[in-house]
Ligand binder design. Structure first.
Ligand SMILES: NC(=O)C1=CN([C@@H]2O[C@H](COP(=O)(O)OP(=O)(O)OC[C@H]3O[C@@H](n4cnc5c(N)ncnc54)[C@H](O)[C@@H]3O)[C@@H](O)[C@H]2O)[C@@H](O)CC1
Ligand SMILES: [K+]
Length: 482
C-alpha cells in the first residue's frame, strides 16, 4: 500500500480526533528511529541529528533524547534557531536534553552517523544552498545517513530531487511507503527502507490508501490460470504478432516466442511475403501467415479466435503501421516501438480509434516514445511519472506502460502501479519486444488490459532476475515462467 504525502497530515488529524495525540505518534516515530540507529550502527562514534523546523525535526528531537538516554554520544544541529513550527515539535525540542546548535557549526568527522530529520512530508520547496553544500560534504566524507521518513530533498509525491537530496543508507518511514520512495530517483536515495508502525489504526490508513500501488501479483489474483489439462490450444488464447520486412524480423520473433512462453495456446506471426523465409528459418512452434496489405489483414481478422495482437517490434514506421492499427481498432492490441512512433505526427488519430469501450489498447513507450505521443505531458517537469502515465492513459483510453527502472502502469480509470522488481540488466536490446509479447499473450488469454500490463511487467522483471546478469533477450524469453 502507498499513501501520498498530503495524506500524512490528514492521518495525523484523524488520529487526534480518535483520541490518539499527535505527540504519541511523534514519540513512537522517534523511538523507531533511535532503535534503528542503535541496531544498524553499533560502531557509531557519535550520532548527529539534523533537525528541521516541522514535525520531521520533532521526530529527530525525540530520537536525540532517546539516544542520549541510551548513553550514546549525540549532537543536535538545527536548521533554524527559531522555535519549532508545531506544538508537538516544540514539545519534543523542549524535552530534548541535548542543546541544539546552528547547522552551520556542524563539521562532519569520521565515525559520525547523521540522522537526517530536516524535512519529511512537508517539503515545500528546494533545499537551501547551505543544506545542499552540507549534503555534498557528507557524501565526500562518506558519512552514513539515516533519514527520518524520507531523505530530505526528495519529494514524497514524485520522487524528484528538490535542489539537492540526502543519499541515505537507510530510511525509517512511518505508516506506509510514499510514491516518491518507489519512483526514481527517490528510491535510490532512500537506501534500505524500514516501515515503522507508530500506532495509527489500520482503518484510518485505509481511508487514505493511494490509488497508486506497488506492482504485485495481488493485482491480477483473479486471473489465476484457467488452463485445464483438456484445454484446446485456442482456449489458452491465440495471439497475432506482426513482422516487419526481411531484414527486421528478429524483434517480432522475440515477442512471439515470449507470447508462447507466457502461455498463449497459439501464436502466429503475420508478415509480408519478403519476410516469410527469414521467419520460417527460425521458427518451430510459432505459426506463420502471409499478410502483405490491408486486404490480407482484413481476411485474417475474420478469425475471431485471435484474442490479441502485438504491433510495433521491428515493424517499421509509417502509413502501413497506421493503417494496420486502425484496422485493429476493435481488437485487443499491444502497440510498441515503431507502432507508437508511427503516430508521432497525429496521435489524436490513434486515440480517437480506441476512444470507446473498455480499454483494449496497451501502449508500451519508453520516455522518448512517450514524448512523441504526449509531448505536452512529457514537457511538464513538475508532475510525477505516475501523473504523466495517468494523464496519458486518460487521453488515449489506453493502458500505459511507461517503461524504465521504475516502470509505471496506468489506466484511464486512474488505477496505477509502480513496478519495483526489475533488475538493472533488464535494460537490454530486445527486452521491450519480450515485454510486448508477454502483454499480448496475457490479453489473448483473457486478462483485462490493466491487469495484463501489471502482470506482464512483473513477470518480465522476474524473468530478468532468474536470467541473471548476463541476460540477453533470448535468455530472458527462456526464463519466463507464469
Ligand atoms: N502521521 C504521520 O505519518 C506522522 C508524521 N510525522 C512526521 O511529520 C513529518 C511531517 O511534518 P510537517 O508536516 O511538519 O513537515 P516537515 O517537518 O517535513 O517540514 C515542514 C516545515 O518545513 C518548511 N519547509 C518546507 N520545505 C522547506 C525548504 N526546502 N527549506 C526550508 N523550509 C522548508 C515548511 O514551511 C514547514 O514549516 C513527517 O515527515 C514525519 O517525519 C511524525 O511526527 C509522526 C506521525
Ligand atoms: K528527512
Amino acid at each position: 500500500m502507498l499513501i501520498e504525502p498530503e495524506a500524512v497530515a490528514k492521518i495525523d488529524a484523524d488520529c487526534i480526533r480518535s483520541g490518539i495525540p499527535g505527540y504519541a505518534l511523534m514519540t513512537a516515530a522517534g523511538h523507531a528511529v533511535a532503535a534503528a540507529a542503535l541496531r544498524h550502527y553499533p560502531e557509531a562514534e557519535r550520532f548527529v541529528v539534523l533537525a528541521g523546523p516541522g514535525n520531521n525535526g520533532g521526530d529527530g528531537y525525540v530520537a536525540a533524547r532517546l539516544l542520549a538516554e541510551s548513553g550514546a554520544d549525540i549532537r543536535v544541529f538545527r536548521l533554524s534557531m527559531k522555535p519549532p513550527m508545531t506544538e508537538d515539535a516544540s514539545r519534543a525540542h523542549a524535552e530534548c536534553p541535548v542543546e541544539g546548535l546552528p547547522l552551520s557549526m556542524y563539521c562532519p568527522r569520521l565515525g559520525d552517523v547523521v540522522i537526517d530529520a530536516l524535512f519529511g512530508a512537508g517539503l515545500a520547496r528546494d533545499l537551501s544552498p547551505e543544506v545542499s553544500d552540507l549534503i555534498s560534504e557528507l557524501e565526500r566524507n562518506r558519512i552514513p545517513v539515516l533519514s527520518v521518513d524520507i531523505p530530505s530533498g526528495i519529494c514524497g509525491r514524485s520522487g524528484h530531487i528538490r535542489g539537492a537530496a540526502f543519499r541515505a543508507e537507510r530510511t525509517v518511514t512511518f505508516v506506509a511507503l510514499k510514491p516518491g520512495q518507489v519512483l526514481l530517483p527517490g528510491r535510490e536515495h532512500c537506501g534500505e527502507v524500514e516501515i515503522a508502525e507508530i500506532g495509527v489504526p489500520r482503518r484510518l490508513i485505509e481511508q487514505y490508501r493511494s490509488p497508486t500501488r506497488i506492482n504485485s501479483p495481488d493485482i491480477w489474483l483473479d486471473y489465476a490460470s484457467a488452463k485445464t489439462p483438456s484445454g484446446h490450444k485456442y482456449s489458452h488464447g491465440s495471439l497475432g504478432v506482426f513482422s516487419g520486412g526481411a531484414t527486421q524480423t528478429g524483434a517480432c520473433r522475440l515477442a512471439a516466442e515470449a507470447g508462447l512462453r507466457a502461455g498463449a495456446g497459439l501464436v502466429t506471426i503475420a508478415g509480408p511475403s519478403e519476410a516469410l523465409a527469414a521467419n520460417a528459418a527460425h521458427l518451430t512452434a510459432v505459426m506463420l501467415r502471409q499478410v502483405d496489405g490491408r486486404a490480407e489483414l482484413d481476411e485474417w481478422l475474420q478469425d475471431r479466435r485471435l484474442g490479441a495482437f502485438v504491433l510495433g517490434p521491428g515493424f517499421g514506421v509509417g502509413e502501413k503501421a497506421r493503417d494496420f492499427v486502425l484496422a485493429l481498432r476493435d481488437r485487443n492490441l499491444v502497440l510498441d516501438a515503431d507502432g507508437i512512433t508511427s503516430f508521432r505526427d497525429d496521435p489524436e488519430r490513434l486515440f480517437e480509434a480506441f476512444s470507446t469501450g473498455a480499454p483494449h489498447l496497451i501502449l508500451t513507450p519508453h520516455d522518448g516514445e512517450f514524448g512523441r505521443l504526449f509531448p505536452d505531458v512529457a514537457a511538464s517537469k513538475e508532475i510525477s511519472k505516475v501523473e504523466r502515465a495517468q494523464a496519458a492513459a486518460r487521453r488515449a483510453n489506453a493502458i500505459i506502460i511507461l517503461k524504465g527502472a521504475d516502470t509505471v502502469i496506468a489506466g484511464p480509470d486512474g488505477r496505477c502501479a509502480i513496478n519495483s522488481n526489475a533488475p538493472p540488466w533488464l535494460a537490454t536490446a530486445g527486452s521491450g519486444d519480450v515485454l510486448a509479447g508477454i502483454c499480448g499473450s496475457l490479453m489473448a488469454q483473457g486478462f483485462a488490459a490493466f491487469e495484463t500490463a501489471c502482470a506482464a511487467v512483473w513477470y518480465h522483471g522476474e524473468a530478468g532476475n532468474r536470467a541473471g546478469k548476463g541476460l540477453t533477450a533470448e535468455s530472458l524469453v527462456s526464463h519466463i515462467d507464469i
